[in-house]
Design a protein around this ligand. Structure first.
Ligand SMILES: *Cc1c(COP(=O)(O)O)cnc(C)c1O
Length: 426
């Protein structure tokens, strides 16, 4: 069999580091050759060899209405006809800002950028500029993009400052970041007791989706809010993944917590490079051109990207959209759990709105340490068997999964049936 995927991967490896433009796509953690995707419609993608898959990655979250949704594609076409970029204000940007601020009451002012990394990096600079403080708290296993201050792992002691988790990040920068355990309210309280008046911001994924899926203890999120308020620190909810993914009101609506700043991405671009940060007016007014914190972007608010995002944001406001989406994700998790149970496989699954986690351990993890206890070789075998059977999950045991409105009950049931056969083979 000549495999076009193999051919393309070999060619990619010649001029692209690892053959990819973003590392997880290279299949390093599961092994093998990644399929090269030629097209997608609805919940399905097709690779260059003509094999079709039910897709549970959805471009890592953005494609909440499915691939190539006709209304999104039409909006993009229409916008493209009028020109691709101006670097000057456009009406679509105003519509985007109005829409985001209407859907998310914590946003008084919002700035649109082109990637989640840019959004979080800028939100952190803004929080530091606003407070005049340098220290940042993040939680192990949460991902907030790849800017220097965030590629940091815990230091040697519990409350000591961090070390770079990537080569190329200066120690001098990492030492301003304190890395704590997700869902550990006691530890967070201790950190504030010791360093409170130096803490510019706490940045947190309100549902952690970059260490597989770890659901928050609600008391932990409330403690983030209360401690930030008490110490004059800025609470940043990184909702790049959870924004319009877990509910129309995002995670902050779901859990009833108002952050000072919010970062968005993924869904708000509908598959185009769009992200945003926004929040309290008194903080956002510190951003250039109103204030002294600099931030800019040649392609920020790009009209074609705005069109895709706005078309997507319109579709998700349909009545019952999130009820159906959540029911689909729950159906998948329940079906997979039953299939595993019937075959004696140590497995669990859970969903929050339209995102889900699959775990090769008996119960869903509530901490980074528990995530690390998952049986990675078992996941990798499951992943490859499912891929072979035409069901595309994220190629790592430590990533969340995503469902779209285009997944029908029959699509989901076909995945559950395939998993049952895979579990039965052992
Ligand atoms: C994806 C993601 C980012 C980074 O977004 P990019 O667009 O990949 O730069 C930041 N934070 C969270 C929570 C994410 O899931």
């Amino acid at each position: 069999m000549t495999d076009r995927n193999r051919e393309l991967f070999d060619r990619a490896l010649r001029h692209m580091p690892g053959g990819v433009n973003s590392p997880v796509r290279a299949f390093r953690s599961v092994g093998g050759v990644p399929p090269f995707i030629a097209r997608g419609t609805g919940c399905r993608i097709e690779d260059v060899a003509g094999k079709s898959y039910v897709d549970y990655v959805g471009s890592w979250g953005p494609l909440i209405v499915g691939h190539a949704h006709p209304e999104v594609v039409a909006a993009v076409r229409e916008a493209a006809e009028d020109g691709l970029s101006f670097g000057a204000p456009t009406e679509l940007e105003v519509e985007m800002a109005d829409t985001l601020c209407r859907l998310l009451p914590s946003l008084e002012l919002v700035r649109v950028v082109s990637s989640g990394t840019e959004a979080t990096m800028s939100a952190i600079r803004l929080a530091r500029g606003y407070t005049g403080r340098d220290v940042l708290i993040k939680f192990e296993g949460c991902y907030h993009g790849h800017s220097d201050s965030l590629l940091v792992k815990a230091g040697s002691g519990l409350l000591t400052f961090g070390n770079p988790s990537s080569s190329g990040v200066p120690d001098d920068l990492a030492k301003h970041t304190l890395v704590l355990d997700y869902n550990d309210t006691t530890q967070l309280g201790e950190a504030f007791a010791e360093h409170g008046r130096h803490i510019a911001a706490v940045i947190v994924e309100p549902v952690a989706g970059n260490m597989n899926l770890v659901a928050p203890d609600e008391s932990f999120l409330h403690a983030c809010r209360e401690l930030c308020s008490a110490h004059g620190s800025v609470l940043i909810f990184d909702e790049v993944m959870t924004g319009f993914r877990v509910a129309l009101g995002c995670a902050q609506g779901r859990y009833g917590i108002t952050p000072d700043l919010t970062t968005l991405g993924k869904v708000i671009g509908g598959g185009m490079p769009v992200a945003a940060f926004g929040g309290r007016a008194d903080i956002m007014q510190k951003i250039a051109p109103l204030g002294p914190v600099y931030q800019a972007g040649t392609l920020s608010g790009n009209p074609v990207a705005m069109a895709a995002g706005l078309a997507t944001l319109k579709l998700i406001q349909a009545p019952g959209f999130y009820d159906r989406l959540s029911a689909s994700a729950a159906r998948l998790c329940k079906g997979l759990t039953r299939a595993a149970e019937a075959n004696g496989v140590a497995f669990s699954a859970q969903s929050v709105g339209g995102m889900f986690g699959l775990y090769f351990r008996p119960s869903p993890p509530s901490s980074f340490a528990e995530v690390m206890e998952c049986d990675v070789p078992a996941f990798n075998r499951f992943f490859h068997a499912m891929l072979e059977a035409g069901h595309y999950f994220a190629p790592s045991a430590f990533e969340a999964g995503f469902i779209s409105a285009a997944h029908s009950e029959a699509d989901i049931d076909s995945t559950i049936a395939a998993a049952e056969a895979v579990f039965a083979r052992g």
